[in-house]
Design a protein around this ligand. Structure first.
Ligand SMILES: NC(=O)c1ccc[n+]([C@@H]2O[C@H](COP(=O)([O-])OP(=O)(O)OC[C@H]3O[C@@H](n4cnc5c(N)ncnc54)[C@H](O)[C@@H]3O)[C@@H](O)[C@H]2O)c1
Ligand SMILES: O=C(O)C(=O)C[C@]1(C(=O)O)C=C[C@@H](O)C=C1
Length: 300
């Protein structure tokens, strides 16, 4: 892949910052410019060496840019695309890291209709409950999947360039239609986050919350780690993908109703069978995930 001369990262947090660091480490980029909502966090990104320069306007940021990553919360994509559109030069590659794809693609057609050949939607399947540039690290994407959902209007060379950038970050690239993407991640990412937030919220509101939390241990920690995630980011994801998320929630409620019936009738045999099936599925997934991921891909 040709080296990126000027990379623009919009939203230099965990995801945008890690992309910048990974490309820099791979020697794939000459200059990195950040643009964002908070000048203080952009200044911190410069201080940490994640970006070379902070920009406060799109005209300056996009001047001479050959590659742009959009990594703000998905609820900001509309405003960001509207602001950048007048300053985009033909041929500048634009991609994004949004956790939902249909809404981001709708925003692309609304605001970047003259730039569809070069705007290639994407989503890295790697992250954490931590946010902000301080949480970014260069190996975040190593051995992790990135889903690319190309538009019919995309130039094949633009898709290739985006794939090559993620490849340089050490990621494994998959292509998928956006509808399928949003259904899959409603089930395995958005629903678990909703459930974790819901459980912690319920417990925190109880009159004996202090006592409950004082005895909560590993099981609680493992089930609820993701309830420490960024509220704005998850608000936007849940709202953007609510159609698919509601379908998953309904299916889960049916499963809970089934579990409740087994408990009510004291059906130990069926409960054990259900737990055994779940354990086998979880263990098989765990092995597959451990084998696909690079053990070095951890900030610790
Ligand atoms: N955290 C994860 O696990 C994860 C994984 C994959 C994809 N994503 C997606 O990546 C994106 C970023 O997530 P993150 O975890 O890096 O969040 P983050 O909070 O760490 O970073 C987001 C950054 O965007 C900036 N921002 C907010 N509004 C903006 C605007 N209007 N214009 C420009 N910048 C703006 C914030 O100041 C912040 O620096 C989101 O779209 C999220 O859905 C997150
Ligand atoms: O590891 C975490 O904390 C994450 O939440 C990462 C995670 C997920 O697996 O659900 C979250 C959102 C994304 O869009 C992709 C990955």
């Amino acid at each position: 892949m040709g080296v990126i001369d000027k990379l623009v990262v919009c939203g230099v947090g965990l995801i945008g910052g890690s992309f910048a660091m990974a490309l820099r480490r791979a020697g794939m980029v000459r200059r990195i410019v950040g643009i964002g909502r908070s000048q203080a966090s952009l200044a911190r990104a410069v201080e940490l060496g994640v970006i070379d320069e902070a920009c406060s306007d799109w005209a300056a940021a996009l001047d001479g840019a050959d590659f742009v990553l959009l990594a703000p919360p998905v609820g900001q994509m509309d405003a960001v695309m509207a602001a950048m559109a007048p300053h985009l030069a033909t041929g500048t590659i634009v991609t994004d890291a949004g956790s939902t794809k249909r809404d981001v693609i709708d925003a692309t057609y609304r605001h970047l209709s003259g730039h569809l050949a070069y705007t290639v939607p994407g989503h890295p399947i790697a992250g954490a409950e931590k946010s902000g540039v301080e949480a970014a690290f260069a190996s975040l994407y190593e051995g992790r999947r990135v889903v690319v959902t190309p538009l019919p209007e995309n130039e094949p060379a633009a898709i290739l360039r985006v794939r090559e950038a993620w490849d340089a970050c050490g990621a494994l690239i998959h292509e998928m239609p956006p509808q399928e993407h949003d259904r899959v991640f409603a089930a395995v990412s958005h629903l678990p986050h909703l459930l974790a937030f819901g459980l912690v919220h319920d417990l925190a509101q109880r009159s004996n919350a202090e006592q409950l939390f004082s005895f909560a241990a590993g099981g609680f920690r493992d089930f609820t780690r993701i309830a420490a995630s960024h509220p704005e980011m998850w608000r936007d994801i849940c709202i953007a993908n609510r159609q698919a998320l509601l379908a998953e929630l309904d299916q889960y409620l049916a499963e809970l109703a089934h579990l409740r019936a087994l408990l009510l009738s004291g059906d130990a045999a069926r409960l054990e069978t259900l737990f055994s099936e779940a354990r086998a599925a979880r263990n098989a997934w765990g092995e597959q995930f451990a084998n696909s991921a690079n053990p070095a891909a951890s900030p610790e």
